[in-house]
Design a protein around this ligand. Structure first.
Ligand code: SF4
Length: 510
């Protein structure tokens, strides 16, 4: 019998609207792969059902699950954009309800950023869920799988879970410890790549974002994502990625309270890159929130990757802290490692707005100088901006947009600031009784129901409308398209122009 089945929900249409047909990325399910491998190291029998990659309907998912007959169903609900965990709850709870309607005896658990942030509220609202894991869940999951049955008496003994007992009370057990740095290679021993579905060859159901593939369709697949570290040491108020480190039993978790970073050893993690390369995967995302932060780890990893990139055929991207990359030698090494894109969170063109929310993330750096240095090293940039941060006005947003046009990076992304569960902005919004989205999809950056935060001077609808207009304006800007053509050719330009013809609809202003 299968001990546990890890499920990635299919929610793409609800989030990305028409963009899901072609443009949105489909990423390998990092945490299903990590948890599956970790459970296999304890001799549990595991499988992965990636409903998103296979585009499974609930009915098709159910017939697969019926055949597999797992002791425990575990929905793993994070976002491929890490902040999209809450949005993906929509497809996950829909399928969970469908399964419970079909078979009441299924034991259904959830793990992921939304349930880490709001475990009690989730269990109150979602009767189909039996229990949730309150942090990354590695050790709690091992302990749950040791149980003969999941009755209240047994569940009460498992640290790191929150469950609904027979009398319908929500029981929040004490936190379970995270995998410590010293045991990362042992207790989270890599990725269960062999469990992923594929069509003709491994990884062919996964595709990178357009820009990562230099806007060339054929280069998007095969594709995979992997982490060389977990968490981040900073506390940006709009971000919830550290919520997976939570170690308390508060009803509302706030990521900034659990900021910490753990790393796999470079010698260990390079073997995961080697596996991907042996499967023919060259388009790879390094998911780490802050890959270029700690030279003790990233320098050896880059040196090891450099050995594997002698023909310059790897196409990697990674996130960097903006003030880590002033050093030309580092940039040269990064480029030789096959990292052809760096993703930089520039957030705002207004220094005051930026420093206010990005706690400790930025020293006062000259963004223009840094962007130039990265470009001079033949590395492209995905520049991320946020509109509608606390203190933002029409003028500061315009300033941010003008800066982005001046920087003219070959990829551009802007989000409207959102009170994502697990972030400080969410806690503030609850405390200040600011209107929050009415459903999971309202937390998506791209959905029809998207409901970002207002500022003192701009409504949520105004911010969203500006964001959508600027997306088109940037991607049809003459200077930007000339830069794309010079480096990636006419095909890339045509694909960008096609992409801008997709109009997304918004409840707040359409
Ligand atoms: S630097 Fe800030 S935005 Fe980036 S991962 Fe860390 S906390 Fe989140």
């Amino acid at each position: 019998m299968l001990d546990v089945l890890f499920i990635t929900p299919n929610n793409s249409n609800g989030i990305y609207q028409q963009l899901s047909n072609k443009y949105s990325a489909i990423e390998t399910p990092t945490w299903s792969l990590l948890l599956a491998q970790s459970c296999r190291s304890q001799d549990y029998k595991v499988a992965i059902l990636d409903c998103l990659a296979e585009n499974l309907s609930d009915e098709n998912a159910y017939s697969r699950i019926k055949k597999l007959n797992p002791k425990l169903i575990c929905f793993v609900v994070y976002g491929q954009n890490v902040n999209a965990g809450t949005t993906n709850m929509s497809g996950a709870t829909r399928l969970a309800k469908f399964l419970k309607d079909k078979n009441k005896s299924y034991k259904i658990s959830f793990i992921g950023s939304h349930v880490q942030a709001l475990p009690v509220e989730t269990l109150k609202n979602e009767q189909e869920i039996d229990f949730v894991f309150s942090n990354e869940g590695v050790y709690a999951l091992w302990n749950v799988l040791r149980l003969n049955n999941f009755d209240d008496g047994n569940l009460k003994k498992i640290n790191g879970i929150v469950f609904r007992d027979l009398s319908n009370s929500i029981i929040f057990n004490p936190a379970e410890k995270l995998v410590p740095q010293s045991r990362m290679d042992i207790d989270m021993p890599g990725y269960a790549w062999d469990l992923l579905p594929y069509n003709k060859k491994p990884f062919d159901l996964y595709r990178s974002p357009m820009w990562h593939a230099e806007y060339i369709e054929e280069q998007r697949t095969p594709y995979a994502a992997l982490q060389t570290s977990l968490g981040c040491q900073f506390k940006c108020e709009f971000c919830m990625i550290n919520i997976l480190n939570r170690n308390d039993e508060q009803e509302i978790g706030v990521a900034g309270d659990y900021s910490s970073m753990r790393f796999w050893s470079p010698e260990f993690i390079i073997k995961e890159f080697d596996k991907l390369i042996s499967y023919g995967v060259k388009t790879i995302r390094i998911v780490d929130e802050m890959f270029l932060l700690n030279p003790k780890y990233y320098v050896p990893i880059c040196n090891l990757l450099k050995e594997r990139n002698k023909e310059d055929n790897l196409r990697l991207w990674a996130y960097s802290r903006i003030d880590t990359i002033k050093n030309h030698q580092i940039l040269e090494l990064v480029r030789k490692a096959g990292i052809k894109w760096l993703c930089l969170g520039i957030e705002s063109g207004d220094k005051k707005v930026r420093l206010e929310v990005a706690k400790g993330k930025f020293e006062d750096v000259d963004v223009k100088k840094i962007v130039k240095a990265v470009h001079d090293a033949d590395i492209d940039i995905m520049a991320n901006y946020i509109y509608g941060l606390p203190g933002d006005t029409k003028e500061t947003i315009e300033k941010t947009f003008e800066l982005s046009k001046e920087l003219c990076t070959r990829a551009w992304n802007t989000y409207a600031a959102m009170a994502l569960p697990g972030s400080q902005l969410y806690k503030n919004a609850v405390d200040q009784k600011i209107k929050l989205p009415e459903n999971y999809e309202g937390y998506s950056f791209h959905s029809y129901n998207s409901q970002p935060l207002p500022t003192d001077t701009l409504s949520a609808g105004e911010i969203l409308k500006i964001r959508d207009q600027k997306f088109i304006e940037y991607h049809t800007d003459k200077n930007f398209l000339i830069k794309i053509k010079e480096k990636f050719g006419d095909n890339a330009v045509n694909n960008i122009v096609d992409m801008t013809s997709v109009k997304i609809k918004r409840k707040l202003y359409n």
